[in-house]
Write a protein that binds this ligand. Sequence first.
Ligand SMILES: NC(=O)c1ccc[n+]([C@@H]2O[C@H](COP(=O)([O-])OP(=O)(O)OC[C@H]3O[C@@H](n4cnc5c(N)ncnc54)[C@H](O)[C@@H]3O)[C@@H](O)[C@H]2O)c1
Length: 344
Amino acid sequence: MNILVTGGTGYIGSHTVVELIGAGHDVVIVDNLSNSEEFVVDRIEQIAGIRPAFVKADLRDENALRTAFSDFEKIDSVIHFAAFKAVGESVQNPLLYYDNNISGMITLLKVMNDFGVGSMVYSSSCTVYGESDKLPVDEQSPIKRAESPYGFTKQVGERILEDLAVSRGFSSVILRYFNPTGAHDTSLIGELPLGVPNNLVPYITQTAIGEREMLTVNGNDYDTPDGTNIRDYIHVVDLAVAHLRALERLSEGKNADKFEVFNLGTGKGNSVMEVIKTFEEVTGLKLNYRIGPRRAGDVVSIYSDTRKANEQLGWKAERNLADMMLTSWNWQKAVSGLNEKSNR
Ligand SMILES: NC(=O)c1ccc[n+]([C@@H]2O[C@H](COP(=O)([O-])OP(=O)(O)OC[C@H]3O[C@@H](n4cnc5c(N)ncnc54)[C@H](O)[C@@H]3O)[C@@H](O)[C@H]2O)c1
């Protein structure tokens, strides 16, 4: 199939493009490089052996999008990753997030409609569940009021697709990621956080390599076995493979509904201290960390019920926390050499 991937030079997008090419699909990446680098296209080619087409364009630029859709063979489906994702920044600048994530998606969907492209795989997040009343969280769990403008943009994106399923039979698969981490085994692609990382694992690896002095654990007095927050960490390559399954489900018409939602996690919760210990075990390093106060807005504990994805998508996470720590560390070592060159 011909697949257009928005945000395909980004963290999850790049790993997904590698899997798509590996499965024999032709890929067109559309990305404005606001949070990624063009060399990622070279890296994808190095890993997959085939170079994806790359169009540098902003999703809000309707003409550029039209050109992208018309310049390539008929696009069969779209995987939509492109969005801003920094929770704190979204609180500081909500309009930036509403404009980029929502206006960008609306423009994309309008152009898709004009070009007769009727399906999408959409990146959503477990943030839509907020502090869930029930663990593990399944797809039936209620959506809570979003804690941040970023979280709200994910909810709105889902709702737009739900409405389009009714109004024009548009088909979508919504993938709610838990906590993506890890990097490709080759250490050629991985996460490239701009500035201070928002997520735990890049913070750990940057501290271990000496780019940050110390990791602060945000609270150890939560109602969890060791007092630290619990999350469901999922390896980015497992996540990438799930996108392939979702696409196949759509193209083979196996979707039970025009609007479907799947949780993507391992189903296992790990505390911050467990993540730190696993990192220390697999690398043999001692991490410099201290216990600090709780961070406002942090959910105490969340992990997924993955049965729906296991049974209906035919997908199961295969990589464990040790794999995630090791590949993240190998990537950090590779990227720190790279930092000197690209200044990221
Ligand atoms: N990484 C996570 O922890 C996480 C968790 C849940 C959901 N998600 C969602 O997954 C998706 C991908 O996340 P990621 O971690 O790969 O992020 P990322 O920032 O690495 O990738 C996003 C890509 O989209 C591009 N982009 C952003 N706005 C654009 C626009 N208007 N036009 C064109 N390109 C644009 C960026 O340049 C970047 O390459 C996002 O939608 C994010 O909200 C991520």
